[in-house]
Design a binder for this molecule. Structure first.
Ligand SMILES: Nc1nc2c(ncn2[C@@H]2O[C@H](COP(=O)(O)OP(=O)(O)OP(=O)(O)O)[C@@H](O)[C@H]2O)c(=O)[nH]1
Length: 320
């Protein structure tokens, strides 16, 4: 980064600089006249030392990564001729942590912080342009934060949903069931679960193939999801093991819900457009409610035991 001239000796004029747009005061031109114009070769970093300066690109372009120390490259911006970088660091009197690299051979005007402040005192136009620029940057930063939050939420949702069926997955259950159990204990409200295991699913796979098995799982998941209230949750917590989580639901009502699920599963279409006799699926259902003083582990164990009884009793049925 070598000084090649001063602003006065360069071919550039004050009107080329966005920050000084409409500042046709000759005093501004005089103040900028001795400022250094430096050349930065393509690929070279703008070495700022520990001093924040204002840089204005006169020719070429710079790439600016917000914070060289955070390794965050998501907010990289390109600074074009007439645009400035470093004004915020100058105003904050902070070290400029932005990593500035020349994308092509550049000429930059360098304005020392003391002069920036003198010019702000002298020129209302500059102060107004600076405020406008900072307001634009704050808006851009906020928009980027919102985008990142949305993206984070999207990936979080993705990690809590099962890819095949779209139901909540085991990770969701591990995170949410303890919370739902705690809320139920605090409110004194009932919490029930229905564990569902598809019957002879190995045989179904062996007979109809794994792809048909996947379709059957999706059909079963759809039946469960569409049969629940909006406040209930449908979960796939294992291979062919599904669950309905029913807040504010006592055991007797959960048993009725399970009966309805069993009936709908029995008549569900696995392949609506298949001409061959339809393979059908049934499930075994184990129902349990959170006991007074019990926790989510005891609840799962009780539902598991009920499910075992439903299997033992001949499958395609509900056990409590
Ligand atoms: N197609 C398909 N099959 C799966 C998936 N996850 C688990 N399975 C199958 O589900 C079957 C479960 O078999 P088992 O646990 O022996 O139980 P079952 O054959 O259903 O017998 P019962 O539960 O006793 O009625 C296995 O053959 C698994 O391969 C899946 O995502 N897709």
């Amino acid at each position: 980064m070598d000084q090649i001239s001063t602003f006065a000796a360069s071919p550039y004029a004050v009107r080329d600089l966005q920050l000084f747009r409409d500042a046709d005061d000759p005093a501004v031109a005089r103040a900028l006249a001795p400022c250094a114009v430096v050349r930065v070769a393509a690929g070279q970093r703008v070495e700022d030392g520990l001093r924040a300066r204002l840089y204005i690109v006169l020719s070429g372009s710079l790439e600016v990564a917000p914070d060289a120390h955070s390794g965050d490259d998501s907010g990289v911006t390109r600074v074009m001729p007439g645009e400035s970088v470093g004004e915020q660091a100058v105003l904050d009197d902070a070290v400029n942590l932005a990593a500035m690299t020349a994308l092509e051979d550049c000429e930059l005007l360098v304005i020392e912080p003391e002069l920036v402040w003198q010019l702000i005192d002298r020129s209302n136009v500059l102060a107004r342009n600076l405020l406008r620029l900072l307001s634009f940057r704050v808006r851009a930063a906020n928009a980027q934060l919102r985008r990142r939050q949305k993206l984070g939420e999207f990936y979080r949702q993705l990690s809590l949903n099962d890819g095949l069926t779209g139901l909540y997955n085991r990770a969701w259950l591990g995170e949410m069931l303890p919370k739902l159990a705690m809320r139920a204990r605090q409110d004194g409200s009932p919490l029930s679960i229905v564990m569902i295991d598809l019957d002879h699913f190995k045989r179904f796979n062996d007979t109809h193939g794994h792809i048909a098995g996947d379709a059957a799982l999706s059909a079963a998941a759809g039946v469960i999801r569409d049969s629940l209230r909006p406040s209930d949750f449908a979960v796939r917590y294992g291979g062919e093991e599904l669950m309905a989580v029913l807040p504010d639901t006592p055991l007797s009502l959960a048993e009725m819900v399970a009966g309805r699920l069993a009936e709908r599963l029995r008549t569900a279409l696995v392949f609506p457009d298949m001409r061959l006799p339809l393979p059908h699926i049934t499930g075994s259902f184990g129902v349990a409610s959170l006991a007074a003083g019990g926790d989510e582990h005891a609840l799962m164990a009780a539902a598991d035991a009920a499910l075992y009884r439903a299997k033992q009793a001949g499958r395609d049925r509900v056990s409590v």
